[in-house]
Write a protein that binds this ligand. Structure first.
Ligand code: DSN
Length: 444
């Protein structure tokens, strides 16, 4: 044995244990996670050489590789271009960039590029307390890294949405270079249509962070940001869009102003914020885009139906699910106030004890400085939906959650039922079983 042996052996053991724990033994309800199909996993495992290669350089206005600084790029260039084209095809847009390594990176490059293109450092954003991502906020990437001045949209807590009329006044007065929509606690479509005219009037670009809802958009539900007026969509690729972890930016070079913005964003990607762009995920990204093209509509519809079913069922059983008057949600998530059950932290821990994994969440009306003791939970249904759960199974799952929250049964008994449920739903639906199946589908 060496002095490092114990560490290495434990590392291997923990890695093995993790795979079985979260994939086989837990019900996963964290709204920001995705579930890859066997075909996507297969191509990831076939991309191990690519995962170690470098591809610095510049892309053109179609999103294709224009210039690379190293040799050996023959297939890498094809791979990036094909993945980009599959994204453009899925989202019906003229430009895509798949070089981003995360949703936050996509925001970084987009906010930086658009502030350069507009020569304006102001950005109107959803308040962090009302569901924006930390990267939109002055306390995070936008303010503390990029030095942008943040001005908040006016948010209507009862509607759980941006107040379009009041935000129009804010935009008119602030004259920002960027107006953002989208977020992390994201139940209802944001009013892009309503704020498009005023945003254009003041010369602002509209950026829409679709990280949470990209798969829903691909499936034609939730909202259609480009048609409603967004100039750019930023996103991660591993939440409702069930691809490998990474990021993308989508847009349309349909006039000189947008072309200039795309070039500025590309400059913000390379050389400003990346050297290598982690290519090993690109083949899997392309296959995930294909899956969403074929199965996305059914997956997205069932995901939202499951979230709404859970909202209704938990509400009927004494849980304060927010936005009852609006049908609880139009996305994959619901927001729940569990202050009557001891608060978000306590309930999330109780559920973890029975192998139901979700996250506590600050709600807009909570003390935002007490991040550790929010009254809320955010519950996402994209993983369980992809495993094939439909309304009846969702209600059964809710019963198990209620049993744990109300301490009706011993945690060990509830955990047994969760393990049974996992065994029953042990396949990934709405996707391909293997690459061979993908090839057969494409050749048919
Ligand atoms: N923090 C993640 C979320 O859970 O929404 C997104 O990056």
């Amino acid at each position: 044995m060496h002095d490092f042996s114990n560490l290495v052996l434990k590392l291997i053991e923990a890695s093995r244990n993790h795979e079985s724990y979260r994939d086989k033994e837990c019900i996963n309800l964290i709204a920001s996670e995705g579930l890859k199909s066997p075909a996507v996993k297969q191509i990831l495992s076939l991309s191990t050489d690519l995962e170690g290669r470098y591809a610095e350089g510049e892309n053109d206005l179609d999103g294709h590789v224009k210039k690379r600084y190293y040799q050996g790029q023959k297939y890498m260039t094809e791979i990036e271009n094909y993945a980009t084209d599959l994204l453009k095809n899925l989202f019906n847009c003229g430009w895509a960039d798949s070089r981003l390594v995360s949703g936050t990176h996509a925001n970084l490059a987009t906010f930086k590029g658009l502030s350069l293109a507009s020569k304006n450092r102001k950005m109107v954003v959803t308040p962090l307390s009302c569901g924006a991502h930390i990267s939109h906020d002055y306390a995070g990437l936008a303010g503390s890294v990029l030095g942008l001045e943040n001005i908040n949209h006016v948010y209507n807590i009862d509607e759980f949405n941006i107040d379009a009329d009041k935000s129009a006044h804010i935009i008119r007065a602030a004259k920002p270079g960027i107006v953002t929509f989208g977020g992390s606690l994201f139940l209802f479509p944001h009013p892009i249509k309503e704020l498009k005219t005023v945003s254009k009037e003041v010369g602002a670009f509209i950026a829409y962070d679709a990280s949470h809802v990209l798969g829903l958009i691909a499936g034609g539900v939730f909202q259609d940001p480009f048609n409603e007026g967004a100039d750019f969509i930023t996103s991660s690729t591993h939440k409702t869009f069930p691809g490998p972890q990474g990021g993308i930016i989508l847009g349309n070079p349909k006039n000189k102003r947008l072309e200039k913005a795309i070039k500025a964003i590309q400059f913000a990607i390379f050389p400003l914020s990346t050297s290598n762009t982690h290519l090993g995920r690109l083949p899997a990204l392309g296959i995930a885009a294909l899956e969403m093209k074929i199965f996305g509509k059914d997956l997205a519809r069932q995901t939202v139906k499951n979230a709404q079913t859970a909202g209704q069922y938990l509400y009927e059983n004494g849980v304060k699910v927010l936005c009852e008057s609006k049908g609880f949600t139009q996305s994959h998530q619901i927001a729940v106030d569990v202050c009557n059950f001891g608060g978000g932290k306590k309930v999330a821990q109780k559920l973890e004890e029975v192998n139901i994994v979700l996250n506590k969440n600050l709600l807009p009306y909570n003390d935002q400085n007490d991040r550790d003791n929010p009254s809320g939970l955010r519950i996402g249904f994209q993983d369980v939906t992809r495993r094939g759960l439909k309304e009846d199974a969702i209600k059964h799952l809710c019963d198990l959650m209620l049993s744990a929250m109300k301490e009706k049964k011993k945690p060990s008994k509830i955990k047994e039922s969760i393990l049974e449920l996992k065994k029953e739903f042990n396949q990934v639906k709405y996707g391909f079983e293997s690459l061979e199946e993908v090839i057969k589908y494409c050749e048919a």
